[in-house]
Each structure stands twice: as C-alpha cells, then as structure tokens.
Ligand binder design. Structure first.
Ligand SMILES: [Zn+2]
Length: 372
C-alpha cells in the first residue's frame, strides 16, 4: 500500500505472448490478434495460442489499475447475484450482476472453486450490507505475495495459503474483497491513516462469517480476536489510538489496526448503537464517500448523522484527536480534576453535571439503565 490516488477512468491496451492469460482491473472490451484486422470478442482475455495478442481494457471510476499476466493460469467464473454455480464455457452473468473470476495455477482448481465461493459470497453479502459494488466484474488471482493485496476490481491471494480447508484462506479472501468497499471505492491515505480502510475491512470479516455461516461462528471469531487483544495488552504493549500513521505503531501495528480497530466497530458502535442503526450509518458513509478520499471526521459524521447520537467522546477515546472532533475550545482546562478521567459508560448529561462542561460528551447509556 505504498500509494493512494484520486479516482480516474482507465483505458489500457496490454500486449502479451501467445501463452499468456491476462487479468486486469476493469472490463475487457476486445482482444486484438497480431496480424489480424479482426477484433475478437471474449469475456476474458485467454491465450491466443499463436502470435501476440493485445487485450483492451476500460474501467469505471477506479483509483488504480493492476494487471496480472502469465502462462499457466486457469480461470473459473460465478455470478454474485445467483445461487453459487461455476459457469460453463459460453455462459455469462446478467448485465446488472457481478461476474467473479478466479485465476489459479493449473493444478489448484479444487481450491479455486472454494475461493470462488468465498469471493461470490463476500460480494453478495457486502452488496447487501454496505451498498452496491458498482462494477460488473471482480477478479481474484492466485499469486506470490505475503497473504493478499487489494486493488480496484482485482485482488491477489497468496499461493502459499491456497489449500483446501484453510480457514485463513477464506478470511483473507473475504478481507481482500471487502477492500473493494473500503480503500477502492471509499478511499483513504493508507500510510498516514491506515485505520480508515484496514479496521473496517477487518470488521467486515465478522459480517462475512455472520452471513455466510451464522452468529455463533462470527461470535467465536470475535471472541478470539478479543482474547488476542487482551493477550497483547497483558504483555504490556501500549493501547494506542487508531488514527496514527503506520510509522507510529512499530510492533503494535497489527494489534491496533487489525484487532483493536474492528473491535471498536463491533463493541463501541455496532453493539452500542444496535445493528440496524449501525448498518444505516455504514451505508450512509459508503454512499456519501464512494470514489472520494476520506478522513477520520467523515466516519464520525456519518455515524452521528445516521443515528442522531453524539459520538465525539468515544471517537476521541479510541480513534484519538483529529480535525472535526466536536470539542469546545479550552474545554479541557474547565474539567474538574477531582473527578478523574471520564468513564466511557457515562452519559453526556452526567458528564455535564459532574464536570460542569458540555465538552466531554459521553456515549449514551445502554438501554434500560437509569440516566443521571
Ligand atoms: Zn487489508
């Protein structure tokens, strides 16, 4: 994730040897064989068998474009809006559906079918929960990399994890597909504010498990993440806030951004606001900011606007200080130190009463508990 960029429209002509198959961000509009005047219509760009072939791609609004090409790739396709089924030759998805293509090394086709199911399930679930993926194609490609990496319209998954029954392969696939919503469509500076895409993308893993399986499966996963964070804290590693640059975390990067971050979305927002309100806010955030570059204030504002709740205090505590946090000037000096730090469970009215100030806005009390 070395760079991030504004959204643009891409047109790419990519010429490859006769045995190469090409996977690229966007959609193939035609393939041109060397020496032939005719343009050949394919849904994908298969090897020509003889002579050079130029694959001509265009994209909708995307913030980057990736090409993976090489000999020895197989490809299978399924439609996200349909019952899971691998398409046979010549079949295509409906125009308003999303075709998910999995490119794999030749002898890995059993695993490719699993990955195709994880990816189509992910697209279907995130479409419903977050908002529509606007393109008609998504590619998932087996390559050499560490775990997986996201690009607009295409994700790569590490071949070293490409084994049947590998739970990490499934979670990685769901994670990288979720990045289409968080990073590709709703963009952010991944080096200076990694929490903005990685934490909600890691939270999306919970959403995937809950909907692809059930509450129990998701609950076990969340519990194990919660325990992992406790173990991290028990080793006296710092409980850093979420909105820091990658360089500030050192060895805490994984625990804060990928574990504390998704737990923040789950425990502090989803559980406190209620699931319906939470997803209203997520959908508002997606709708408002797709194709844009967000800052931390955009998350806060979407959640406050969608729910009518005052969330500055909990964001200040977990995310940290950032421009747009609603805190009155000089507010801190007015706090009455004899009461100590403001507990997170305190209502805004209670904070005002105790501290004589409106600036520290506590999160709302859980339902049924008396307010001050
Ligand atoms: Zn990620």
């Amino acid at each position: 994730d070395a760079v991030y960029s504004e959204t643009g429209l891409y047109e790419v002509l990519f010429t490859v040897p006769e045995d190469f198959r090409v996977a690229m961000s966007g959609t193939l509009i035609n393939a041109i064989n060397e020496g032939e005047g005719d343009r050949v219509k394919y849904d994908l760009c298969p090897p020509s068998g003889e002579g050079l072939r130029t694959c001509h791609y265009v994209s909708g609004p995307m913030r980057d474009s990736l090409v993976v090409a090489g000999p020895g790739f197989g490809v299978i396709t399924a439609c996200a809006g349909d019952e899971y089924r691998v398409l046979s030759d010549g079949e295509a998805c409906d125009e308003d559906d999303v075709a998910v293509n999995v490119y794999f090394w030749r002898d890995d086709d059993d695993v490719a079918r699993d990955v195709l199911r994880f990816a189509t399930d992910s697209v279907r679930i995130f479409n419903e929960k977050f908002g529509p993926y606007p393109f008609n194609e998504l590619d998932v490609v087996e390559t050499f990399n560490f775990t997986g990496i996201e690009y607009p319209g295409i994700v790569v998954i590490a071949e070293r994890n490409w084994q049947r029954g590998n739970a990490f392969l499934e979670i990685t696939t769901a994670h990288e597909v979720a990045h289409q919503w968080w990073y590709s469509l709703v963009g952010n500076d991944q080096v200076l504010q990694p929490w903005l895409d990685e934490s909600i993308t890691s939270y999306s893993e919970y959403v995937y498990l809950r909907n692809a399986y059930d509450e129990r499966r998701a609950g076990e996963y969340i519990d194990s993440e919660d325990q992992a964070y406790r173990r991290y804290r028990n080793q006296n590693f710092p409980d850093l806030v979420l909105d820091l640059p990658v360089s500030a975390y050192d060895r805490s990067y994984g625990a804060i951004i990928y574990t504390k971050g998704p737990l923040f979305y789950y425990q502090e927002l989803e559980q406190t606001l209620g699931r319906d309100e939470f997803f209203d806010a997520v959908q508002l955030y997606f709708q408002r900011h797709r194709y844009e570059v967000v800052r931390s204030r955009d998350v806060l504002e979407a959640f406050e606007d969608a729910t009518g709740q005052d969330l500055d205090y909990i964001f200040a505590q977990k995310v940290g200080e950032f421009p747009g946090l609603d805190r009155a000037e000089g507010c801190r000096g007015e706090l009455r130190p004899e009461f100590g730090p403001i507990p997170t469970t305190m209502s805004r009215r209670a904070v005002r009463w105790l501290y004589g100030t409106a600036c520290g806005s506590g999160r709302m009390m859980p339902q049924g508990q008396p307010e001050f």
